[in-house]
Design a protein around this ligand. Structure first.
Ligand code: SF4
Length: 351
């Protein structure tokens, strides 16, 4: 089974989690919720094979972490019967799932992969050789775009200063910031992004820093407390106009629709990120551009989604994409009789 999973995270195509577990303790952590749900449950016993506990010492601190060779099976306490295979047998304690390192080899077609959505790979407690193993795999499969996100930009910076961070159009390094006083990883030699999520305040001049991020993602708080911490429409407007002024692509998450309007949400990606996927897609016939984004009605939309929403078959859209006039083609087709799909009809009737 491939460990490269399709994801609902809007700005990525897939996630890959050879490392799980995190000690930051952020409130509203989605990963912690998933671990609670799919980690060990009452009455389950893990088979303790191929699991190694180790202590990682760094800068005077000591951390317990685990390395697991194979997926861990869970048995019921009473009868010893097999129940399931557990994805997080050590809960939220930092764990390297060694068997997942090879999973990149199964993901043939180019895609944007969020590496480490269930951890912070740059957390101080993550052993250096784990990170090197992950980078080694990423370097081996050049067709993908790899996106790393941290709450610890200081360690990312140390890696960059020591020349440990892979460079290239397909490596992207992000920092999560929720308020304007938080630190960002910045670098003139690497592709960087800021994930402003949840947006808990106004971000003035974020796109105008000395070395600005190459891409900005913005989203609101989800779940409990979301209403009380809803970002203001003016904050989003301001960020959007500053990004436009200096030419930084901005991706607004769909949850911002309630404050900013679904039709106003920008879904922009850095050109070189999309270009990397497109260029490498040429080597993968099965891919046929399914992850390509095009501009349509002022938005960046996935080409395959446009096929669904307009009712125009994907191969026809892909051919027009190659000729560079998708938008004009769709409008012409719709005007001359192609049956628009349900979602497109709904969207149009909302306008
Ligand atoms: S850094 Fe990410 S994974 Fe770690 S606690 Fe915070 S939200 Fe969760």
């Amino acid at each position: 089974m491939s460990g490269i999973h399709r994801t609902k995270i809007e700005w990525a195509d897939s996630t890959w989690n050879p490392i799980t577990g995190c000690l930051h303790g952020c409130p509203h952590c989605y990963a912690a919720v998933m671990v609670k749900r799919f980690g060990p449950q009452h009455g389950e016993w893990p088979e303790e094979v191929n699991t190694c506990e180790l202590t990682y010492r760094t800068d005077g601190a000591e951390y317990t972490c685990y390395e697991i060779e194979e997926p861990v099976k869970m048995y019921d306490a009473a009868g010893g019967n097999y129940i399931r295979t557990c994805p997080y047998p050590k809960g939220f304690i930092p764990t390297l799932h060694k068997y997942k390192l090879s999973h990149l080899a199964d993901a043939k077609t180019p895609r944007r992969i969020f590496v480490g959505s269930m951890c912070d790979i740059f957390g101080e407690w993550v052993p250096m050789d784990w990170i090197e193993k992950v980078f080694g795999q990423c370097r081996a499969y050049t067709q993908h775009v790899y996106m790393f996100l941290t709450q610890n930009p200081e360690r990312m910076l140390k890696f960059a200063q020591n020349d440990y961070l892979p460079k290239g159009d397909n490596f992207w390094y992000g920092s999560t910031i929720t308020t304007a006083d938080k630190q960002l990883f910045f670098s003139g030699d690497h592709n960087t992004f800021a994930s402003v999520e949840p947006m808990l305040g106004e971000f003035v001049d974020l796109p105008k820093q000395w070395i600005p991020p190459d891409w900005i993602i913005v989203g609101p708080l989800n779940g409990p407390g979301a209403k009380a911490h809803r970002p203001k429409s003016e904050w989003i407007e301001k960020l959007g106009s500053e990004c436009k002024e200096v030419g930084i692509p901005l991706f607004m998450k769909k949850e911002l629709a309630t404050v900013y309007g679904a039709g106003n949400l920008l879904k922009e990606y850095p050109e070189k990120m999309l270009k990397h996927i497109e260029v490498h897609a040429a080597n993968y016939p099965a891919y046929r551009g399914k992850l390509l984004y095009v501009e349509f009605d002022g938005q960046h939309v996935k080409l395959s989604d446009l096929s669904t929403t307009t009712g125009i078959p994907y191969p026809a859209l892909y051919e027009r994409y190659k000729k560079g006039d998708v938008e004009a083609y769709i409008k012409k087709r719709l005007a001359t009789g192609a049956s628009p799909g349900k979602k497109y009809r709904e969207r149009k009737s909302d306008e």
